[in-house]
Design a protein around this ligand. Structure first.
Ligand code: FUB
Length: 335
């Protein structure tokens, strides 16, 4: 298989900046984009969706991804370069299947790929792999990161170089089976009128390979400081992502069954975060998942949808301009 694939340049122009219109890459399904700008280049770390024949289930068994892709954008108008052979499940000793949403980080000359996968007992764990190149290939650590599980890792490297690892996803993502840092194997959801289950966060060690502290739950509240309840359509479901915008920490996440990408703000990477509203209205397909990245002086949303395939588990990564409103709200301009 080719290691790289290239799309044609953009055929649509946003009001101020030319952007690729439509999927960033053709001929391959990609999802769960995590965007990072390093040395002026936008790198998008993505799941690689495939139809392996795995059966559909409430636990997302048909999201049966086996490897990751990196999409490199030196110009937002294109072309986009897709790098394959970044990390494959067969090269991760502890992982059995379902390489779900990844993220990446850089420290010094080393690039880190954080990823979830089910282990050989069917438990979602978080792994880390390293490379000397932002486009891999990455070499995985032999064991998953101890003291943390579930899915959808996202790493914030703060201005003081402290790095925080966020994780979490309900239902197929198994967050409801964790009691703190212990996997119980039992689905335990709060009552609809009780505080919702939040994602978890912990600071990473300086080498980014382990937790420096136990995880803690990230609380999301309404504007009065009252925790969102499990029955609230705005509550957390999966896909946590934290970025600092104008000095404020923004937590993006998917609300799951209400299919909306929303955000909440805080003055601390640990929260509590105050719910602020919708970033992206529901897209085609059951899942929604996004990240934001600043290129030059403008912010962009990376997201996916299932518009091309019409099938929930075969998605395409896209980019849209993001407006940072004067009151701190974020909204994407999807055309
Ligand atoms: O891609 C598999 C799962 O779907 C991700 O981990 C979730 O965030 C959702 O996008």
């Amino acid at each position: 298989e080719d290691v790289t694939r290239t799309t044609t340049a953009a055929d649509a122009v946003a009001p101020e900046v030319a952007l690729i219109d439509g999927p960033l890459v053709d001929g391959v399904f990609t999802a769960d984009p995590s965007g990072h700008v390093w040395d002026g280049v936008l790198y998008v770390y993505a799941s690689h969706d495939e139809d392996t024949g795995a059966s559909d289930s409430d636990e997302g068994g048909h999201y049966d991804m086996r490897d990751y892709r990196v999409i490199e954008l030196r110009d937002l108008a294109g072309p986009a370069i897709e790098h394959a052979q970044v990390l494959h499940v067969d090269d991760v000793p502890w992982a059995a299947r379902q390489m779900w949403a990844p993220d990446a980080a850089r420290r010094g000359d080393t690039y880190y790929l954080f990823f979830p996968a089910r282990d050989h007992e069917g438990v979602f764990r978080i792994g880390v792999a390293t490379s000397s190149s932002p486009t891999g290939p990455f070499v995985a650590e032999c064991q998953p990161i101890a003291g943390i599980g579930s899915i959808d890792p996202a790493v914030l490297v703060d201005d003081d170089e402290s790095a925080y690892l966020y994780v979490g996803g309900l239902q197929g993502g198994q967050l409801q089976r964790w009691d703190g840092d212990t996997y119980t194997g039992v689905d335990t959801y709060p009552a609809d009128d009780a505080p919702a289950l939040g994602p978890r966060v912990a600071r990473l060690t300086d080498d980014l390979l382990a937790l420096a502290e136990p995880t803690r739950e990230v609380l999301v509240t309404d504007e009065t400081g009252t925790p969102l309840t499990q029955g609230d359509p705005r509550r957390f479901f999966e896909g946590p992502w934290v970025s600092r915008v104008d000095g404020v920490y923004h937590l993006l996440y998917s609300t799951g069954s209400t299919h909306t990408l929303v955000h909440a703000t805080s003055d601390s990477p640990y929260g509590p975060f105050t719910y602020r509203g919708t970033v992206l209205e529901p897209v085609a397909g059951w899942t929604t998942h996004g990240s934001i990245a600043q290129v030059g002086d403008r912010w962009y949303l990376l997201y996916h949808d299932a518009q091309v395939s019409g099938r929930d588990h075969l998605r395409n990564v896209r980019i849209a301009p993001l407006t940072v409103h004067a009151d701190g709200r974020l909204t994407a301009e999807v055309r």
